[in-house]
Ligand binder design. Structure first.
Ligand code: G16
Ligand code: MG
Length: 217
């Protein structure tokens, strides 16, 4: 019995939101916009282009297309300088335990992330080889809550969408999984992720009995 296990990256496997925050904050400051942690929360799971559009809206700023592209490029350069220093210690608690157990049970595993830097990040934290497929911001055109990223991941694993399970930390990601007819597992706070089929605060709360149940469903 094979299911497709699909993992979001930022907020599920690693906490790269803190690096996105530093890079977006520097960018915002350079054009005279204040940028808070609360605003950064709203950029979780949101694509790079959409994120910059939101920051400009919050700051009441309009800029040329050339400037927009230049800002995106420098934000990504800053972000990548943080990524370059990452190692396996940045993997969130018990993620390797769950990935290893799924591998032992011969279950197909895919990434389903909005990030265009996903492959690089997985390589840095030494998890690239755990994934049978990687679907990221380079493979899709529609952002979560559109289900595209997870539907492409299901196809890549050759598993029907209704036989897939998605681990997500963002509301938009949970909605995308639900729309794709997949089982959604929220990683974070119950009150935020209440649309998910199950919510856990992190992977330390997920035991092998629960995973067995998902496989047998
Ligand atoms: C991640 C982050 C978002 C980020 C997006 C695009 O999504 O949560 O904050 O804006 O990727 O990242 P990049 O600029 O690296 O292409 P996910 O889907 O992994 O949670
Ligand atoms: Mg996420």
């Amino acid at each position: 019995n094979k299911k497709g296990f699909i993992f979001d990256l930022d907020g599920v496997i690693v906490d790269t939101a803190k690096y996105h925050f530093l890079a977006w904050q520097k960018l915002a400051k350079s054009i005279g916009i204040d940028f808070s942690h609360e605003q950064n929360e709203q950029l979780k799971g949101v694509s790079r282009v959409k994120s910059l559009e939101k920051i400009l809206t919050w700051g009441n700023k309009t800029i040329s297309e050339d400037k927009f592209n230049a800002l995106m490029a420098s934000k990504n350069d800053d972000y990548l300088s943080f990524i370059a220093k990452m190692n396996h210690n940045e993997i969130l608690p018990d993620v390797p335990k769950v990935l290893n157990y799924l591998k032992e049970q011969d279950q197909p595993i895919s990434l389903g992330s909005a990030s265009k830097n996903a492959r690089q990040i997985l390589e840095k934290v030494d998890l690239l080889k755990q994934f049978d497929a990687i679907v990221d911001g380079n493979d899709v055109s529609k952002a979560k809550p559109d289900p595209e990223v997870f539907l492409v991941a299901a196809k890549a694993l050759n598993i029907k969408p209704e036989e897939c399970i998605v681990f997500e930390d963002s509301v938009a990601g949970v909605q995308a999984a639900n729309t794709a007819n997949m089982i959604s597992i929220g990683i974070g706070e119950q009150n935020v992720l209440h649309e998910a089929d199950y919510v856990f605060s992190d992977f330390t709360e997920i035991d092998t009995a629960f995973i067995d149940k998902l496989i047998k469903r």
